[in-house]
Design a protein around this ligand. Structure first.
Ligand SMILES: Cc1cc2nc3c(=O)[nH]c(=O)nc-3n(C[C@H](O)[C@H](O)[C@H](O)COP(=O)(O)OP(=O)(O)OC[C@H]3O[C@@H](n4cnc5c(N)ncnc54)[C@H](O)[C@@H]3O)c2cc1C
Ligand code: FES
Length: 244
């Protein structure tokens, strides 16, 4: 795959540890699917970093990034006007299913669901976190047909409890679920979906080196055997993933 270059147009702080960058990437912006990712070259680092394309319009893509280690801290310092190299879009995105979509994002996992919500037009997008200070979804402009809700462990914003508890209360027959977040959350949701016979898709994360299916560094366990998160995913049918 050919490396592309994008100019960083804007950089905004969302919370104490989360920021958003907008990149001019007209070659990929219109065609990228919710759940696909880019493998971004952070200046000064040899290994690229994977980030979901959180949002897109005709010419730009938006990434929402939580500061994690040295690479994301360096990315936070990149100034508008800088050119960043990347590969992408990579991987397989969400495939909308019939019925009402319930999109469940645990923390930064919410980034993987925004473009899907925009393209679905009508759905419910719920962001979960420990407390209101971690919830940034009100800073994302989505059409009014997308119902935005929150869940917080400490009850400081929206539903009091985690997203599995939220889903237990709010999942109705005829819905389907798209989710991204910590493995424990996804494992709990998987069990709930199985009990209620509701279809779902999960976007997974694994540490990645090549991002292209060559190094086999991002293996995950599925009912069909080992799969590569970068190439076979990152989006998998909920019932396929084996959480151990
Ligand atoms: C498909 C996919 C989509 C992602 N989308 C987002 C997103 O939209 N927003 C966001 O904030 N984060 C996202 N992540 C996680 C993000 O890639 C890591 O937080 C980031 O690479 C950490 O880099 P670092 O140098 O700051 O951290 P360090 O811990 O210093 O990283 C060291 C090395 O480990 C790798 N690494 C560390 N954590 C992860 C991780 N969770 N996943 C993959 N590689 C990791 C780094 O790429 C780097 O090569 C995504 C990961 C994947 C696999
Ligand atoms: S990161 Fe190399 S195979 Fe997935």
């Amino acid at each position: 795959m050919r490396e592309r270059k994008a100019v960083l147009l804007a950089h905004e702080t969302l919370t104490e540890d989360t920021f958003r960058i907008v990149l001019h990437a007209p070659e990929i912006a219109a065609g990228v699917e919710g759940g696909q990712f880019v493998h971004l070259q952070v200046p000064g680092f040899s290994l690229r970093r994977p980030f979901t394309v959180a949002d897109a319009d005709a010419e730009t893509i938006t990434l929402i990034i939580r500061r994690q280690g040295r690479g994301t801290a360096a990315l936070e310092q990149v100034k508008p006007g800088s050119r960043l190299a990347f590969l992408g879009p990579l991987g397989n995105g969400f495939r909308p299913l019939p019925g009402q979509g319930l999109l469940l994002g645990g923390g930064i996992g919410t980034a993987a669901l925004i473009l899907l919500a925009r393209r679905l037009g009508s759905c419910t997008l719920v962001m979960g976190g420990r407390s209101s200070g971690e919830l940034w979804l009100d800073q994302v402009h989505l059409p009014p047909s997308v119902v935005i809700q929150y869940a917080s462990d400490d009850g400081s914003q929206g539903f009091a409890g985690n997203l599995v508890q939220y889903a237990r209360k709010n999942l109705k027959p005829g819905m389907w679920v798209a989710a991204c977040g910590p493995r424990r959350m996804l494992a709990g949701l998987q069990e709930l979906l199985r009990q209620r016979k509701i279809p779902g898709q999960f976007a997974l994360e694994e540490r990645m080196a090549c991002g292209l299916g060559a190094c086999r560094g991002c293996t995950c366990d599925t009912v069909k055997g080992n799969a590569l998160v970068c190439k076979d995913g990152p989006v998998f049918a909920a019932e396929e993933v084996v959480f151990s």
